[in-house]
Design a protein around this ligand. Sequence first.
Ligand SMILES: NC(=O)c1ccc[n+]([C@@H]2O[C@H](COP(=O)([O-])OP(=O)(O)OC[C@H]3O[C@@H](n4cnc5c(N)ncnc54)[C@H](O)[C@@H]3O)[C@@H](O)[C@H]2O)c1
Length: 252
Amino acid sequence: MPENFFRLDGKVAVVTGGGQGIGEAISRRLAAAGAKVGVFDMNPEAANRVAAAVGGVPMVGDLTKEADLDRVFAEVVGKAGPVDVLVNNAGVASRKGRDVPVWESVREDWEYVMNINVTGLVLCCKAVLPGMIDRKYGRIVNVASIAGKEGNPKMAPYSASKAAVIALTKSLSKELVGKGDICVNSVSPAVIQTPILDQLDQAQIAMMLSKIPLGRTGRPAEVAALVHFLASAECSFTTGFCFDISGGRATY
Ligand SMILES: NC(=O)c1ccc[n+]([C@@H]2O[C@H](COP(=O)([O-])OP(=O)(O)OC[C@H]3O[C@@H](n4cnc5c(N)ncnc54)[C@H](O)[C@@H]3O)[C@@H](O)[C@H]2O)c1
């Protein structure tokens, strides 16, 4: 049994959407394990607050904008060193709180959610992968959702985006075979108590809760604990997998 299991001393970890909710819990957990954490968030107050709390590096920017990505990743590499761990946690549930059936959705509903949840996530991977491949080491953890496995009604753009995250995790993990000790996994939480729930109406939340066998919402710290393992060197023989954290809701 290693004495320092799951320690991240000397590692640099970037957490997107790290300024609140699940991302904040992940930032705090990885920092507590010894990582230098880049807290990437488009909300400057949130990024600065959490970075200060964990002794990390604030990365203020919009992950859908290449110019922001170039700047913030250069900042974190300059201040902390090359990125060993990327947690792609930032995501949105809908555009302007719109929860409508597919036939009432408009192009902008789809483009908004896919741009942040899928394209932005891929751009973040592209920002760190050349360095990980050069150094033959890396851990990427993508935060998907149970919605990506089941498809929640009136949340089609979100559900489709999270299914895309689960699938692209599998594609990327296989592309990296032979390129070193680089593992890419995803997690699929059910309802977790965070501000993202403010974007949903009460009926939607009640519907999701009714499906969870453990009968409660999850806590951000519980997601962070799973992400911590996947971000560690000890997660070395699992890649391309989607880990359930749904209080028993997932059936696969
Ligand atoms: N809360 C849940 O019940 C739940 C369930 C399943 C999956 N998830 C997923 O977990 C992740 C985190 O969820 P949360 O509830 O903590 O969300 P949240 O809304 O509380 O926080 C998201 C953070 O991401 C940041 N962000 C959003 N768009 C960004 C962008 N373009 N560039 C940079 N930062 C951006 C926001 O500023 C915010 O700080 C999301 O991917 C979400 O889909 C959440």
